[in-house]
Ligand binder design. Sequence first.
Ligand code: LLP
Length: 429
Amino acid sequence: MSHFSYKNGALHAENLPLSEIARQFGSPTYVYSRAALVENFSAYADACRANGRDDKSALVCYSVKSNSNLAVLNLLGSLGSGFDIVSGGELLRVIAAGGDPRKVIFSGVGKSADEMRLALSHDILCFNVESTAELRRLNEVAGEMGKQAPVSLRVNPNVDAKTHPYISTGLRENKFGIAYEEALDAYRTAAALPHIRVAGIDCHIGSQLLDDAPLLEALERLIELIDRLEKEGIVIHHLDIGGGIGITYDQDKPVAVGDYLSRLFARIDTWRRLSYAGKPIQVMFEPGRSIVGNAGILLTRVEYLKHGAAKNFAIVDAAMNDLMRPAMYEAWHGVQPVQQRADGARVYDIVGPVCESGDWLARERSLAIEQGDLLAIMSAGAYGMTMSSNYNTRGRAAEVMVDGDRAHLIRKREDAGALFALESVLPRG
Ligand code: LLP
């Protein structure tokens, strides 16, 4: 169910008119629905329970990069979520939000020694290691600290996720993970390193997947590998299948999370009966977009309408620096007027004030709008605010979370002064 819907021609977030949010907090503003976040997280948690898993045998580690606002992390943490991070900064966010570092897994191809130290000092659950060079560095850092680092190797199962090439990560030519053919050797190396403890195996094949077939194919590859490792005496305690389930932006029909998880758990259960004699393996997920994507919109105001012979433009106060996805991936986001008008629809390109032709949010949309109207850019909860920048010295948008009929400001609008506060001019003379 959508938590952004029209009531008497006015678009609401839960029970609050978006016009009221613009009145209170201005625009552009990211608006999130608390109920939508709870519902989307629960789809994972409920499916784990329905398939006989408890908090120990399945763990959802929300992918922080998709939306890292403290209020979002705090809410998901309170629902029992763990966290998938990709930087020391994200770990500090999780901790600041009250999240449990012992439920944190650390992904990413380029972890620095400092980041490793920080994560080890907080006793995170696992490092998802992406190369043998990284294994060696982690072994050294853990050794200096007198610790053993829990490790999972990110294996590249070489399956085609059939998604946008920029967000497809499971193919041999991607920079991510350890090639499937090299994984056995990498595990042997890991098992022999004194300050490394082999804990699990992971993969992540891409994002915005509509079908779960590639994920189930990746699972098969991981199962094969776990069986081979076990024969060598290397025991894998958890299997992390990554994130990747897509959402509806336009006509997309993503697989239901519950259906995907049922198929995944069913396969794991038959396999365990066959080869693990009922020994439990913890299952982990790293979803981002499917939890926050449709739980957020970007609220923006029409500054000017420009009607031309070739095109009509609606110039709005949000821009590519606020929402990069259209400029970067030609991503499609729905655009809905906050107050519906009966007539006067024309076809518009929705563009921002930034000085780039690539600064567009949507193209060729039929809209009945006037200067000063508010628009909602839909499905903007994931990879919206987190990918925003200060290009053109534009302060980042405010963020608001709606709970029922109440709006909470969860990030203030950035003011220009803060944008150059860290800069200085050369000394005179
Ligand atoms: N785990 C790992 C290791 C990842 O690299 C990612 C996303 C996730 C989990 C979460 O994937 P999700 O469930 O959100 O699909 N900026 C792009 C998406 C980049 C995805 C990067 N990795 C976009 O706006 O579409």
